[in-house]
Design a binder for this molecule. Structure first.
Ligand SMILES: CC(C)(COP(=O)(O)OP(=O)(O)OC[C@H]1O[C@@H](n2cnc3c(N)ncnc32)[C@H](O)[C@@H]1OP(=O)(O)O)[C@@H](O)C(=O)NCCC(=O)NCCS
Length: 177
């Protein structure tokens, strides 16, 4: 029997497109989409892509910095396109591109792109190996390469924060004693 981890998956196998309509309950007092609601939709779209890739329950390990470039108005259509950019040992980088369409005149703009790290977990919440992914097009290959660079930056940042935290913790302990 072929093990789940031996099955190479294509990027297109993980692709998800999710469309949402901005309703009054999604907006702030200015009538624009709440940042938190957009973050939720991005998280859900990314989780679906990670689950399509692995065939397992996947959890969000981290979300990269997010910026909001332009307000998204009440009544807009929000289209979220998600796919796995690259699989590592147990984690995967998922990219989500957010496009906003005005249903009245058909105009659209690119609102945001976010990168998230997901991990497939077993019944005991332990990380599972992620199946490898095969980039096929030039665009998929570019995203695959960039995902490797971003992972390196994330790991370096995490190590830097951990060592800052432990050096502060040690010096606080010295002051207390
Ligand atoms: C994500 C989780 C499964 C990782 O489990 P763990 O026991 O810490 O396992 P590891 O440290 O081996 O990390 C597993 C993978 O996740 C990656 N990872 C963990 N934390 C990360 C972070 N903050 N940023 C980026 N990657 C991270 C690791 O690099 C590793 O990747 P790799 O195997 O591809 O190298 C665990 O921390 C967890 O369950 N977190 C809560 C998830 C959750 O509830 N999300 C919703 C939040 S509301």
């Amino acid at each position: 029997m072929t093990d789940r981890i031996d099955v190479q998956k294509r990027v297109s196998d993980s692709q998800v497109e999710m469309t949402e309509l901005v309703l009054p309950n999604d907006t702030n007092q200015l009538g624009n989409l709440l940042g938190g609601r957009l973050m939720h939709w991005i998280d859900v779209a990314a989780a679906l892509a990670a689950m399509r890739h692995t065939g397992e329950v996947c959890v969000t390990a981290a979300i990269d910095n997010m910026s909001f470039h332009a307000p998204i108005n009440l009544g807009s259509m929000v289209i979220l396109k998600a796919s796995v950019n690259r699989a590592f040992s147990t984690s995967m980088e998922v990219g989500v591109r957010v496009e906003v369409e005005n249903p009245k005149d058909g105009t659209s703009f690119h609102a945001n792109t976010t990168y998230l790290t997901f991990v497939g977990i077993d019944d005991h919440n332990k990380p599972l190996p992620a199946p490898p992914i095969i980039p096929e097009s030039q665009e998929e290959l570019r995203r695959f390469e960039s995902a490797g660079v971003r992972r390196q930056i994330r790991l370096e940042e995490r190590n830097r924060l951990n060592s800052l935290h432990s050096s502060r913790y040690t010096s606080n302990k010295e002051v207390e004693s």
